[in-house]
Design a binder for this molecule. Structure first.
Ligand SMILES: NC(=O)c1ccc[n+]([C@@H]2O[C@H](COP(=O)([O-])OP(=O)(O)OC[C@H]3O[C@@H](n4cnc5c(N)ncnc54)[C@H](OP(=O)(O)O)[C@@H]3O)[C@@H](O)[C@H]2O)c1
Length: 278
């Protein structure tokens, strides 16, 4: 019987590389996102490696669509052992400039859809007696709140709380719930950020360039994450690389200091910007 793994946001970046890694490890990967052409490219790549995968287009910012499609997919690919909630996007700029529609879409995509997928995925695994894994891709940003990333940070923080709680709920069924906390990964995420007027003026994503903050390739991160997913004894948080592990510990231990330093560097950066309150 085929072993299935579902990966959301499989059309690019981290999701694409996680899907390829899982396919290489023998899973039939169900590739989900909105862009069917990009998904086809990933499917072709996987088939070039002699593996099978399927494409399922879905807009995860639409919750009604997410609810109906996830049930349909679990009925279609019944032996679903791994679900990776990876799709996500960011919005950058002062909260007063955000479009209401963008706020709702980002919250749905980054938080509500992983919750819905986890709910149905977990119920399915319990019903089928599958001792699988649910993987939620959050971000290290939850430990260092970055100004102008308020909605992104809060969705990833909510996802962390959800993941930590569900890990305990799922444990009696032998189902693992893994939280992934990447630092900076070189993907189109930063280019695809929705930027408000002031966000455009600042230019980059506002994440400080610092030698302590390495930039990882998505292949490297994907390999590490898939290694943890396939380790049946692992059921916890994934932080990639020594420097990010250290940064996380420092952020927890010295959060008031880090908060103050973020505050003062932010104030210096935005001195010239007048947010458009409208
Ligand atoms: N890159 C980083 O530095 C970084 C750091 C920490 C955490 N993360 C997290 O890592 C995850 C993967 O991001 P990435 O860096 O690989 O970025 P990416 O290359 O931009 O990939 C984002 C993926 O999400 C999918 N997606 C976006 N909106 C969607 C929607 N409405 N419905 C369904 N799929 C949607 C995109 O596919 P379509 O456009 O085809 O829909 C794409 O496959 C995200 O959750 C992100 O928050 C990234």
């Amino acid at each position: 019987m085929a072993r299935y793994a579902l990966v959301t946001g499989a059309s690019s970046g981290l999701g694409r590389d996680i899907a390829i890694e899982l396919a290489m490890k023998g899973f039939h990967v169900v590739l989900c996102s909105r862009n069917s052409l990009a998904l086809q490219e990933v499917r072709d790549h996987i088939s070039g490696l002699g593996r099978d995968s399927s494409i399922e287009t879905i807009d995860l910012s639409n919750i009604d669509e997410t609810v109906s499609r996830i049930q349909e997919l679990l009925n279609k690919y019944r032996n679903m052992e791994i679900i990776v909630n990876n799709a996500g996007a960011g919005i950058y700029g002062p909260i007063v400039e955000y479009q209401d529609r963008d706020i709702v879409n980002i919250i749905n995509l980054n938080y509500v859809s992983p919750v819905i997928i986890t709910k149905y995925g977990l119920a399915h695994m319990i019903r089928m007696g599958i001792k699988g894994a649910i993987v939620n891709v959050s971000s290290l940003i939850v430990y260092t709140p970055i100004p102008w990333f308020s909605i992104y940070t809060s969705t990833k923080t909510a996802l962390k709380g959800f993941t930590d709680s569900i890990r305990i709920e799922a444990k009696p069924y032998g189902i693992r719930v893994i939280g992934v906390y990447p630092g900076y990964v070189e993907t189109s995420f930063h280019r695809n950020l929705i930027r408000t007027k002031s966000g455009e003026k600042i230019g980059d994503s506002g994440i400080p360039r610092n030698p302590l903050v390495p930039r990882h390739s998505s292949r490297y991160v994907a390999r590490y994450v898939v290694g943890k997913i396939l380790d049946e004894d692992f059921n916890g948080d994934v932080v990639i690389g020594f420097r990010y592990k250290l940064l996380r510990i420092l952020a927890i231990l010295f959060s008031p200091l880090i908060y103050r330093s973020l505050e003062s560097s932010f104030i210096k950066r935005i001195k010239t910007i007048e947010p458009a309150v409208g």
